[in-house]
Ligand binder design. Structure first.
Ligand SMILES: Cc1ncc(COP(=O)(O)O)c(C=O)c1O
Length: 414
């Protein structure tokens, strides 16, 4: 059927028609044709409490009755103030200054702007580049495309149009640590900051690294006085086993970006949260030293109310132990895939289970086979992954892992 919709990451010519979702509940997506799919993706990692959690729904309804939206320029409101205070209390160290935006990419852009202007406000005009890492993914807007992996990532086509930054190997062993240190030794003076997805590089390939990598980057950033940005848009809110991935490394970044599970999967909202020394670099008698950013729907009250309700659930329900249990179950059940001829590697971190295939196969066929098994899983390239809601039951999770195993067993050439 012809539609007016231009779909994400889709070659519209000849694309198989997308499935039509009708409703959601818990960990299930019900299609218009009545089929029910167990969701293995939690809607791009947002719906950490499952769908339609009544506590979030009630908070959004209450806020809708009072004030769905009001501009944030010149005005403030209780839902934003409450959420900012709660995030500041929850985040480690003095990550206390919360700038709200409406998508992950924009939060990363704001974080990059904060780091760049941190220098400009001090009269330093030569620091125009960022250091980021191969395998990284930070968004689809122009500034964020420029800090994604330039070759493996999905934005290689745009290379000539993007700002040039330093995309380095993660310092994960002696050799790459020495190369990283050497690069900073030679080029730190032109850098505005360093940007990394802590513990898991998500959309770039679900690649994990040790907390020691983050400690090394933190030490190096300190040695050169560089603002360090942790992009926790994927990893934030429990996904890797601690509330924020930075906690596992006992490292406090200078700026952290959050989105995705921030509202428990109900509304678009993101934040770039800065430490006090970054915030203070913007305090001045000079009006041009202000952070010149202000998305129209910034701090949308509905989204802030949803996010506060989501934080209530992290306090009231055992989310982090659910993450541990999901990880343990996936480790056990996905092990059955490890010896299949089409599988290169199986790995689990927190509530992220990854089956990496020996080669990228026919993704459309793979997706269709998974749907026919009653599960919603979205492989990309050679990566088949599970990032379910933390509220998924052991039975539902077994349905997901079992479906994955059966589909991969049946398609050895995948
Ligand atoms: C680590 C990371 N940063 C940024 C983004 C971009 O977020 P959004 O799609 O909301 O713009 C994503 C999205 O997957 C992400 O995983």
């Amino acid at each position: 059927m012809l539609t007016n919709l231009w779909r994400p990451y889709t070659q519209m010519q000849g694309a198989p028609p997308p499935l039509r979702a009708h409703s959601t509940q818990g960990c299930t997506i019900t299609l218009e044709d009545g089929r029910a799919l167990i969701d293995g993706v939690a809607s791009w990692w947002t719906a950490c409490h499952g769908y339609n959690h009544p506590h979030i729904a009630q908070a959004v309804r209450d806020q809708l009755a009072r004030m769905p939206h009001v501009m944030f320029g010149g005005l403030t409101h209780e839902p934003a103030e409450r959420l900012a205070a709660r995030l500041a209390a929850l985040l480690p160290g003095d990550l206390n200054h919360v700038f709200f935006a409406d998508s992950g990419s924009v939060a990363v852009e704001v974080a990059m702007k904060m780091a760049a202007q941190y220098w400009l406000n001090r009269g330093v005009r030569t620091r125009r580049r960022f250091a980021a890492f191969r395998g990284g993914y930070h968004g689809d807007t122009f500034a964020t495309m420029a800090v994604c992996d330039p070759e493996e990532g999905m934005h290689a086509l745009f290379s000539g149009l993007l700002a040039e930054h330093a995309i380095l190997d993660l310092p994960r062993d002696d050799e790459s640590m020495a190369a990283f240190d050497d690069f900073l030794q030679r080029h730190a003076s032109v850098l505005a900051g360093i940007l990394v997805e802590p513990l898991v590089q998500g959309a770039g390939g679900m690649v994990f690294h040790d907390a020691a990598v983050l400690r090394h980057i933190r030490r190096a950033a300190d040695a050169h006085g560089l603002p360090l940005i942790f992009d926790e848009i994927f990893t934030g809110f429990g996904r890797t086993g601690t509330m924020f991935a930075c906690e596992a490394a006992c490292v406090v970044p200078d700026i952290i970006t959050l989105s995705k599970a921030l509202t428990g999967g109900t509304m678009a909202l993101s934040a770039a949260v800065a430490r006090t020394h970054i915030f203070e670099a913007f305090l001045s008698d000079d009006p041009s030293h202000a952070l010149m950013h202000g998305p129209t729907y910034m701090a949308n009250p509905l989204a802030c109310a949803a996010a506060s309700a989501s934080l209530d659930l992290f306090g009231e329900e055992p989310r982090l132990s659910q993450v541990d249990a999901i990880g343990a179950q996936m480790r056990q059940e996905l092990a059955a895939c490890a010896n299949l001829p089409c599988v290169r590697n199986v790995r689990v971190c927190g509530a992220i289970g990854v089956v990496q295939l020996a080669r990228a196969g026919n993704l459309d066929a793979l997706k269709a086979a998974l749907v026919s098994q009653g599960v919603w899983v979205r492989p990309f390239r050679d990566i088949v992954y599970l990032t379910p809601a933390f509220t998924i039951t052991p039975g539902e999770l077994s349905t997901l892992t079992g479906a994955l195993r059966r589909v991969l067993e049946a398609s050895p050439g995948t």
